[in-house]
Write a protein that binds this ligand. Structure first.
Ligand code: ADP
Length: 335
């Protein structure tokens, strides 16, 4: 372990809290392909694939319906621990469909207002006896996003923050991606208040430029990074499409160039995959530069394929090919 390591354990336990949905994408006219996705879930999948030694657990709620059963099975097949997933007595998962217009432009249609995942905090509270050392399961790292918060009501959000504070007091690190989705919030102000609160308890954060302009009126990425660091976040990772990645860590800025992918097929989950790859590297004792490179490699691989979750073994084969190319072109990336 070095001074810059995130943890001093070789088998980290990570808890990823958020919504998992049923995804429908058009296979051919009149026929949809069904899979599972959701920002935090996507990050969980790519984190586990990049660091199999990590125990990756999802914290969410599903139902008793066949989609929910299949969703948990998909997680098991990805090596994700489903032991903390709650079962709602009467609700099931949310659903979204991906539409692509004649010019290839994608849009998303959601049916998630009544999803079981919107009540996972209440359901979790009902399982607590009061004798637990901490309300949330023991973990080295907890990851959540702005969508995790947006789909909960105010009471549940406040309760979750209380639990997160307690987890931090016992040494758990918190990672946060704001993933601002205006339609999920009552107002920009509401989103800004809760996003700022989340930053204040985060050790690592992944702000995006566009969302910070909308949420806080921040001007540019330096503005964003300074302000987020000022809120107490020790490791600020700023990414924005093909712009270079900047990490502000220990008051030092590290910059990593992004090599644009020539033929982008689908950018869905690029950011989520980046986060999964980044966290996996940091949990594995790698430097922030190596972590950003791994995040960029994972994202660059994802966008060469359709859908949020690239099937195995195609994902790992493509990722390894990309890394081989980089090693040949850029042998000095270590450190
Ligand atoms: P999101 O908006 O989903 O959070 P970003 O657009 O910020 O995601 O992209 C996340 C990462 O994905 C970028 O930092 C970069 O590493 C990678 N990425 C995105 N678009 C491209 C591209 N066209 N070519 C190569 N890498 C890309």
């Amino acid at each position: 372990m070095t001074a810059d390591s995130l943890l001093n354990t070789t088998m980290p336990r990570c808890l990823l809290a958020g919504e998992v949905m049923v995804e429908l994408s058009r296979a051919e006219p009149g026929l949809f392909r069904q899979s599972f996705a959701g920002d935090v879930y996507n990050t969980a999948v790519y984190l586990k694939r990049c660091l199999p030694a990590c125990e990756v657990s999802m914290l969410t709620a599903v139902g008793r319906d066949p989609f929910s059963v299949a969703m948990k099975q998909a997680m098991v097949e990805e090596g994700i621990n489903t032991g903390f997933i709650l079962t709602h007595p009467g609700k099931g998962p949310g659903l979204y469909a991906i539409h692509t217009d004649a010019s290839g432009e994608r849009s998303f249609q959601y049916w998630r207002n009544d999803a079981a995942a919107r009540e996972w905090v209440t359901l979790w509270q009902q399982t607590l006896t009061g004798s637990e050392p901490s309300p949330l399961p023991q973990a080295d790292l907890i990851y959540l996003s702005g969508i995790t918060l947006a789909v909960l009501d105010e009471t549940q959000r406040a309760l979750l923050f209380d639990w997160l504070h307690q987890a931090r007091e016992s040494g758990t690190r918190v990672a946060f991606d704001p993933n601002y989705r205006p339609q999920l919030w009552a107002s920009v102000d509401e989103a800004a208040v809760w996003t700022r609160r989340a930053y204040r308890i985060a050790d690592i954060a992944f702000p995006g430029m566009d969302e910070h302009k909308l949420l806080f009126g921040h001007k540019d990425c330096f503005d964003v990074m300074d302000i987020v660091a000022g809120w107490g976040v020790k490791e600020v990772v700023a990414k924005n499409g093909t712009d270079q990645i900047r990490v502000l860590f220990n008051e030092t800025m590290v910059t990593i160039p992004v090599t644009p992918v020539a033929h982008v097929v689908d950018t869905t989950s690029a950011g989520d995959g980046f986060t999964g790859g980044y966290l996996a590297a940091r949990l594995d004792g790698k430097s922030v530069r190596q972590a950003a490179q791994q995040g960029a490699d994972v994202a660059a691989t994802i966008i060469r394929f359709p859908g949020a979750i690239v099937p195995e073994p195609a994902f790992t084969e493509a990722l390894n090919r990309l890394r081989d190319t980089e090693t040949t072109a850029r042998p000095e990336t270590a450190g």
